[in-house]
Design a protein around this ligand. Structure first.
Ligand code: FE
Ligand code: FE
Ligand code: ZN
Length: 276
């Protein structure tokens, strides 16, 4: 099973790798830079080399490199869009040297310009960013739909992917909390939701899973993560997700409100319930 959680890389990537092993996991998510925006730390090649060795030795799953929350590719202000596009280009370049790392980002918020305008801006930015040749897999994260967020529906995610010229490396990261808040009933009809994903986006595009419970009711469009088994999704639904034949091979990373000890317990709990 490929399971892990969000970790800080303040002490480097190798340390994060050691830390996730200590927590019982074999993948982790990290922010490419301060999640509230700002400059990224230079990447230390020696650190990455040590991480590669560790990942090979302990057969790690794919890592998730998460973009800044403030990166809004479809802002109504041109300077914010340009800044976001530059972050995207730089992030993809940075992530390309990190082993087995997928790049995950929030599509953006259209700030009342309407989804059509927003989607066009996101497509434009991706077309520019993907033109820079490297092989990083890029994942749009499915969102809960709070405010004017784009990416609440499979249709919106699909429109972005289909609009990008070289979309071979584009995929989707589903977040269980977001899906449920967005109105996809993964508690009572997981198969139905996955069939819909397949019909609209194609399951081949599904690359990553954020495993979170939710503090909010079904279809609330609110984004509040909860500890595994303590929210509106519940333990059984989350266990069904990690064991689903169409999902079980993916990397699952927790973004639950936890300290390291809490993550350790959740990783163990999920591993104990993983049939594989
Ligand atoms: Fe996210
Ligand atoms: Fe998430
Ligand atoms: Zn969230």
């Amino acid at each position: 099973m490929n399971i892990g959680c969000h970790l800080s890389i303040a002490n480097g990537f190798y340390k994060a790798g050691l830390q996730i092993l200590e927590l019982g996991g074999n993948t982790f998510q990290f922010f490419t830079r301060n999640p509230r925006g700002g400059k990224a730390k230079a990447i230390d090649e020696k650190d990455i080399k040590k991480l590669i060795e560790l990942m090979n030795e302990y057969s790690f799953g794919k890592l998730f490199a998460h973009g800044s929350y403030t990166m809004n590719l479809c802002s109504n202000k041109e300077e914010i869009r340009t800044y976001a596009r530059d972050l995207l280009i730089d992030d993809i370049k940075r992530v390309s040297v990190i082993p087995k790392a997928l790049y995950v980002f929030h599509p953006g918020s259209h700030v009342k310009q309407g989804a059509d305008v927003g989607i066009t801006y996101i497509i434009d930015a991706l077309n520019e960013a993907i033109d820079h040749d490297n092989t990083v897999e890029i994942c749009l994260e499915g969102m809960s739909g709070k405010g004017t967020e784009i990416g609440r529906t499979f249709e919106e995610l699909s429109r972005i992917i289909e609009g990008v010229t070289h979309n071979e490396r584009l995929g989707v990261c589903i977040d269980t909390c977001h899906l449920y808040s967005a109105g996809y009933d993964i508690v009572n009809d997981l198969d139905g939701v996955l069939n819909e994903f397949d019909r609209i986006i194609g399951l081949g595009r599904l690359k990553a899973v954020h495993l979170n419970d939710s503090k909010m009711p079904f279809a609330s469009n609110k984004d509040r993560h909860e500890k595994i088994g303590e929210g509106t999704l519940g333990l059984e639904a989350l266990i069904n997700i990690v064991n689903h034949p169409k999902l079980k091979h993916l990397s699952f990373n927790l973004e639950t409100p936890n300290e390291l000890e809490g993550y350790k317990k959740e990783i163990l709990l999920l591993k104990q319930n993983y049939i594989g």
